[in-house]
Design a protein around this ligand. Sequence first.
Ligand SMILES: NC(=O)C1=CN([C@@H]2O[C@H](COP(=O)(O)OP(=O)(O)OC[C@H]3O[C@@H](n4cnc5c(N)ncnc54)[C@H](O)[C@@H]3O)[C@@H](O)[C@H]2O)[C@@H](O)CC1
Ligand SMILES: [K+]
Length: 505
Amino acid sequence: MYIVTAKEMYDWDRKSIEEAGMDGKLLMENAGRAVAGQVEKQVRSDQYIIVLIGAGNNGGDGFVIARTLLNKGYAVKAWQLVPDEKIKGDALAHKQLYLGAGYELDHLTEVNQLFRELDQADVVIDAMLGIGVEGKLKSPFDQVVAYVNQTQAYKIAVDIPTGVPADEGVTEFDGLQADYTCIIAAPKMSVFLQHTAPFYGEWEVVEIGLPPLKLNKPSQSLWERYKAIASLPKRNPFSHKGTHGKGLLIGGSYLMPGSIALSARAALRSGAGLATVASPGSAWPSVSSHIPEATAVDAKEVNGMLAGRLDVDFSNFDAIALGMGMGRSNASQEIVRQVMEEADVPVLIDADGLHHLKEFLEVLKNRNRPTILTPHPGEMAGLLGITVPELLARPFERGRRFACSHGVYLVLKGPATIITAPDGTQVVESSGNAGLAKGGSGDVLSGILLALVMQSESISEALCNGCFLHGKTAELLTGERYSQSDLLATDLIEGLSQSFRTFSI
Ligand SMILES: NC(=O)C1=CN([C@@H]2O[C@H](COP(=O)(O)OP(=O)(O)OC[C@H]3O[C@@H](n4cnc5c(N)ncnc54)[C@H](O)[C@@H]3O)[C@@H](O)[C@H]2O)[C@@H](O)CC1
Ligand SMILES: [K+]
């Protein structure tokens, strides 16, 4: 499923009408009917529904929704919030169909009159403004949105909650706080941004008859369950441990042995054939007690942290994951540089590895094999030299620019993880829940990603599937034995079995 900007959505609309011969009024009819169908699944026939209608095509959708629900016998009142002359084009055509059907339309003259009605409503359908919103809400929308937000009614937004921008970059706005949003044709970018996503509530996408073969393909899409099921690695009955990849995990320190143990264990639980750990000798007994299946290589240490160069032939491995629990000692930096310059295999860098890498980002360009960086927003902001709010205001654009200019795969972690390939293609993986917001879950992800990179033809697919498994495991576990509060990273690793049984079929 593609994710669109407002511009891309308007382009789809134009192409469908001008090039594929679709009719704008028909698209609006389809959109309104599809939304009404979803509304029906959520309301009872004895509930009182108010449809709030604005000036643009979002309002046009509102006329179709109101007419369709009235046709079906629901108790609906439609309120037009703008003067008659503002309603034009396809929206006007649908207003005429609504009136032609003999239904009543209320006009806003005095907001308190509407507010009294809103107090009685069980359900409010927001067809005020869609993706055409510009700047801060003007009257009467600012007052109506503020009032609706504090009513008890169940709030359904059409396409996008009024006031919420479709694109990234706008952080100052007043938006309608929806319980549910019925999105038209494709999710907009703001569905996945931390400052806008909460306004959507639950959401679904409805199909409205746009012709997919005639539409430009946006560079962003959403990773979905069916894609994961089709592309997760399958075990070949004639395989041996070498077939599934030999991974080297570099990290851990005397006071932080857990991270690298979690990563190694997660890698083996995710199908890696072999996991070898390069950690300080002083940390190894603790690491090996958690993961007896892993082997170790000798590594020098100073004060319990990796130091100097590793005496390892990197070509003996299929991929490397670097940085988990490594610590930020300057003495460890040399190893990061060595791996970047000498390892001719895919390398994933996480956590403290990213801290060290920041000092010599220019090495990334010289690598011949894929490099994967897996920062959380704080680490990404550090790599870019900006603040976290600056990053989160435009994560798609910032992430794309970084991945393209440094030639890396970027896994920008968050409630919606954005995975960017060096060519700028972006995939959002949005599974998981707040149970993952805990120390150690990033280490588990690094291990899963390492394992999948070694077992997949496509790095992008491996990264999407790794994030999918990580998130889905949290969802499965918190739906059963655990809650989001008590879930631990170690539980996640043991829960991977359940995800593989569910999705890798
Ligand atoms: N293929 C498509 O693109 C389709 C789009 N449809 C609907 O059309 C919507 C987009 O339609 P429009 O482009 O007409 O945009 P809107 O419906 O968002 O309306 C834009 C209008 O709202 C007013 N406005 C903008 N910013 C405002 C502000 N800050 N305060 C107060 N008023 C403001 C202006 O009068 C502007 O003309 C979509 O969200 C969707 O609901 C559907 O009808 C079906 C087809
Ligand atoms: K809306």
